[in-house]
Design a protein around this ligand. Structure first.
Ligand code: CP
Length: 321
C-alpha cells in the first residue's frame, strides 16, 4: 500500500491511513525474514546511511538488516567513528552526507528535533527518526502495534486498553505509542509515581482524552489487554526521580501477582533493554505473556517497510527538488 510519506520523523506527523498502510506493508514483509534466503531485490542500487549518535542494539541492527534484506547498500556511521568527535555540527554533517547522494538517512540522536533538522538539510533524501532525545521513536511504536495486531487482530483499531508503566516523563517510546493509540482509537493508561507520571501530564502534553494517569499499579492494570513496561532510563536521570530503584520496584515492577487484575489473556511488551527485577520481574519476562522477542522480529519488518516506502515513494525527485 502506498503511504505517501516523504520522511518518518514522528507518529505525530502521520495520518491514521499512513500508519495503517505502513503496518500492513510490514506485516507482509515479516515472512522475508523467515525464508532460508532472506533477501529481496526491492532496493537494489539504493543507499541507506544509518547514523547513530546514541547507543543502540535493536534499532541499529534491525535497520541494517532491513536495508540488507531489501538489497540496499547500507553504511553504518556511529558517533565515535564520525567527525562529530572533531566538533563537526549536525548541519555540516547533514550537508556532507547529502553530497554522497544517499536515498535514506536513519538518525538516532540525543537531542529532540535532530531528525527534523536533518530532514530540512538533506534535500532529495528521506530521513527516518530512530529516536531523538525524549521526543519520538516512531518505528518502535509501529513495531509495538504490529505485535499487538498479530495477537489481537481487528481489536487493534479501537478495542484495546493498553497500560504503559514506568518512566513516562523521559520516554520517547511512550510518547510515540500514546500518539499511535490515539490514531487507532485505543485507550491508554499511564502508570507510575507522580514524579515520572505527573497527574497533569496527559493534559499538558495534549495527549487527549484517550489517556488517563494512574499512580496505583493495581488501578492502572485493572482489566487491561496489554501492559508495556518502560525501561528505567538511568542515563536520562530517571534515577533522580525515585527514592531508590528498589522502592520503585516494590510499587511498580511487573510481577505475576500484579498482573492478576489484568485481563486473563493480557500480554506484556517491553522495548528493551530490560532491567530485570526493576521494571519487569524475571518470571513475567520469561512467561508466555511476554512478547519481547516478537517485538524485535517485527522491528526488522517495520524498518523494511519504512525504507521501502521512503526510498521508492512516487514522484520523489519532483517533491524533493
Ligand atoms: N528499543 C530500542 O530502541 O532499543 P535499542 O536502544 O537497543 O535500539
Amino acid at each position: 500500500m502506498t503511504t505517501g510519506l516523504h520522511h518518518l520523523l514522528g507518529i505525530a506527523d502521520m495520518s491514521k491511513g499512513q500508519f495503517l498502510a505502513l503496518l500492513h506493508n510490514a506485516r507482509e514483509l515479516v515472512e522475508v525474514s523467515e525464508r532460508a534466503l532472506k533477501k529481496v531485490p526491492a532496493l537494489r542500487g539504493r543507499t541507506v546511511i544509518n547514523f547513530f549518535l546514541e547507543a543502540s542494539t535493536r534499532t541499529r541492527t534491525s535497520f541494517e538488516l532491513a536495508a540488507k534484506r531489501l538489497s540496499a547498500d547500507a553504511i553504518n556511521l556511529t558517533g565515535s567513528s564520525s567527525s562529530v568527535t572533531k566538533g563537526e555540527s549536525l548541519r555540516d554533517t547533514a550537508r556532507t552526507l547529502a553530497a554522497m547522494a544517499p536515498d535514506v538517512v536513519v538518525i538516532r540522536h540525543h537531542e529532540a528535533g535532530a531528525a527534523h533538522l536533518l530532514a530540512r538539510e538533506l534535500r532529495g533524501c528521506a530521513v527516518v527518526n530512530a529516536g531523538d532525545g525524549m521526543h519520538e521513536h516512531p518505528t518502535q511504536a509501529l513495531l509495538d502495534c504490529l505485535t499487538l495486531w498479530e495477537v489481537f487482530d481487528e481489536r487493534l483499531t479501537g478495542d484495546l486498553t493498553v497500560a504503559i508503566v514506568g518512566d513516562i516523563r523521559h520516554s520517547r517510546v511512550a510518547r510515540s505509542n500514546i500518539i499511535a493509540h490515539r490514531l487507532l482509537g485505543n485507550r491508554v493508561r499511564l502508570v507510575g509515581p507522580p514524579t515520572l507520571v505527573p497527574s497533569q501530564f496527559a493534559d499538558e502534553l495534549e495527549f487527549g482524552s484517550h489517556c488517563s494517569v494512574h499512580h496505583s499499579a493495581e488501578e492502572g492494570f485493572a482489566d487491561v489487554d496489554a501492559v508495556m513496561c518502560l525501561r528505567m532510563q538511568l542515563e536520562r536521570a530517571a534515577g533522580g526521580y525515585v527514592p531508590t530503584l528498589e522502592e520503585y520496584a516494590r510499587e511498580y515492577c511487573l510481577t505475576p501477582e500484579r498482573l492478576e487484575v489484568a485481563k486473563p489473556d493480557c500480554r506484556v511488551l517491553h522495548p528493551g533493554p530490560l532491567n530485570r527485577g526493576i521494571e519487569i520481574s524475571e518470571a513475567v519476562a520469561e512467561s508466555n505473556r511476554a512478547l519481547v522477542e516478537r517485538q524485535v522480529t517485527h522491528g526488522v519488518a517495520v524498518r523494511m517497510a519504512t525504507l521501502l516506502a521512503l526510498a521508492t515513494r512516487p514522484g520523489r525527485s519532483e517533491i524533493d527538488a
